[in-house]
Ligand binder design. Structure first.
Ligand code: AP5
Length: 192
């Protein structure tokens, strides 16, 4: 099973990604987690991406792919993945689409967690203080939302045109969101 999660900051990608990985016995590959780990380890790559994360800006594609590539290949070998945070732009999706097939990478379904900005703001504000530097400053949260809105429309159209986009109301409680995703994936065309 190969899944992609899309959604605004705070939409629940990390929460649902972990659940989907457990349910299907696949790997949860979170680009944000992998990037934050590099920063915490003070690696060369981490030093290069640190300021982008602090400002809520996207990390350049080449750096993202350098950091996430091995995890993706490992996940394919291990039997599947749920991608959380990547692809994030149409350019990343198109590049991934071209590179993907020979490497066995792809997407059976793309789940879009739809939440209003105010819901996202509330959730991220509630998490502020838990250690994520990009949650601590409301201006950075606003920037992350702006970046998301600038990129997401074309990305949704890209996957919709391929017939693999599943749109879920992500504003409901986590268990209800999980059930809605499970129901959608069980429908003909998506069941594996
Ligand atoms: P990333 O780590 O992907 O962060 P994000 O998109 O801002 O999303 P979050 O992790 O904040 O939220 P989420 O949707 O995972 O929700 P979560 O489950 O955590 O990216 C961080 C940065 O890395 C980017 O800004 C960029 O700089 C860089 N980056 C990453 N990928 C990149 C890429 N491909 N290209 C370039 N740059 C990249 O939930 C949030 C909170 O809400 C939690 O407290 C949770 O408990 C709660 N919650 C979740 N679901 C519910 C629910 N249904 N009801 C109530 N509360 C809920």
């Amino acid at each position: 099973m190969q899944l992609v999660l899309l959604g605004a900051p705070g939409s629940g990608k990390g929460t649902q990604g972990a659940r989907l990985a457990q349910r299907f016995g696949i790997r949860h590959v979170s680009s944000g987690e992998l990037l934050r780990r590099q920063v915490a380890e003070k690696s060369d790559l981490g030093r290069q991406v640190r300021d982008c994360l602090r400002r809520g800006e996207l990390v350049p594609d080449d750096l993202v792919l350098a950091i996430v590539g091995d995890a993706l290949v490992g996940a394919v070998k291990a039997g599947g993945y749920v991608l959380d945070g990547i692809p994030r732009t149409l350019a990343q999706a198109e590049r991934a689409y071209e590179l993907a097939r020979p490497a066995g990478l792809g997407a059976d379904a793309v789940v879009y967690l739809d939440v209003a900005d105010d819901v996202a703001r509330e959730r991220l504000a509630a998490r502020a203080g838990a250690g994520r530097v990009d949650d601590a400053d409301p201006a950075v949260i606003e920037r992350r939302l702006q970046v998301f809105h600038a990129d997401t429309g074309p990305l949704l159209d890209f996957y919709r045109a391929r017939g693999i986009l599943i749109e879920i109301d992500g504003a409901r409680p986590s268990d209800a969101v999980s059930r809605a995703i499970s129901d959608a994936l069980a429908r003909p065309g998506f069941s594996k």
